[in-house]
Design a protein around this ligand. Structure first.
Ligand SMILES: [Zn+2]
Length: 320
């Protein structure tokens, strides 16, 4: 496992389920793999910062030969303080990444025999927090941007800006030429004012990109931020505007279907951000030939993502 080189199936990650079972049959093997994911270029002591070959204490801690500091393999990752085996964690990650639509908490509880629905639910949320890499690349080229509404009720063809109860989700989608889509970014926003729309675009799209929107005035002024803004003309006949932005329209339909099917629509608004993260992770890797590669990517991000307590997951909403 090296940084910089493209990962190889059967070497850096299990290519098949059969291989997955062979590799991770024992807790010690899972631990070794976790360490490799966390320190692909060799262990660097989090306390003194130096590179050294640590020895492992009887209690499973890594002991730095230089400063004498001890660190647990899982400290500072989403696995920190877990009382359930890494094998079960690995199986969860395999399950979540090997199925096209992911796993629901109920499904996970059944398949892995986890103690409670709450445990399964919390685990999935911990993984969702690892699904979005901080500092990821910005979208470029031609990008459709529009809002969609999740939850609540909406009559066909009706479009209300800033409606209550329904959640507003902003979507930016790269378009490929002559057809097809690239990557997506999504975010829940409190309203559709320019002060909510424009900062999202500035954050997810490279300057110089062509931004396609409908005629909504909230998108005014994008040129001032270095974008080429193209309004897709919409007739005033009451047609839903999003038919002029076919990519977003399709993606929004897929997102809603996923929320309704895999998660039975049981997504509360305060957790919606994390479901959007999971959907983004899946959509942006939909062309990945190997499910094992998705397992590997999520493992890498899981060891680079800090822990979150159940209390944080259940009650706290840092994005509001
Ligand atoms: Zn040290």
């Amino acid at each position: 496992m090296r940084t910089g080189a493209p990962p190889v199936a059967g070497q850096d990650y299990p290519g098949t389920y059969q291989q997955f079972l062979q590799w991770f049959g024992e807790e010690a093997a899972c631990r070794r793999y976790l360490l490799q994911c966390r320190w692909p270029d060799g262990f660097a002591c989090p306390r003194c910062g130096k590179k050294t070959e640590p020895w492992t204490t009887a209690r499973g801690y890594l002991h730095c030969r230089l400063c004498g500091g001890e660190v647990s393999a899982t400290a500072g990752t989403i696995f920190e303080g877990t009382r359930i085996s890494l094998r079960t964690w690995f199986s969860t990650i395999w399950l979540v990444t090997s199925q096209k639509d992911g796993a629901s908490a109920l499904g996970l509880k059944r398949v892995l025999g986890l103690g409670s629905y709450q445990t399964a639910w919390a685990w999935l949320h911990k993984l969702r927090r690892a699904m979005v890499r901080p500092g990821r690349d910005r979208l470029g080229g031609r990008i459709e941007v529009d809002e969609t509404y999740v939850g609540g009720s909406q009559k066909a063809g009706q479009r209300e800006r800033g409606a209550e109860r329904r959640q507003i989700v902003l979507i930016a989608l790269e378009l490929h030429w002559p057809k097809g889509f690239g990557r997506v970014r999504m975010r829940r926003v409190p309203d559709v004012a320019g002060s909510s729309l424009v900062p999202f675009i500035c954050e997810v799209a490279q300057k110089g990109s062509q931004i396609l929107t409908d005629g909504w005035r909230g998108y005014n002024g994008l040129e001032d931020y270095g974008y080429v803004h193209k309004r897709v003309v919409v007739s005033d006949t009451g047609d839903p505007a999003h038919v002029s932005l076919p990519g977003i329209h399709r993606l929004a339909a897929l997102l809603k279907r996923w929320l309704l099917s895999t998660h039975q629509g049981s997504v509360s608004s305060k957790h919606l951000d994390y479901y959007l993260d999971e959907y983004t992770f899946r959509f942006n890797r939909r062309a990945s030939r190997s499910r094992g590669l998705l397992f590997y990517r999520l493992m890498q991000q899981a060891v680079a993502t800090g822990p979150s307590s159940c209390r944080q997951i259940v009650g706290h909403d840092p994005k509001l």
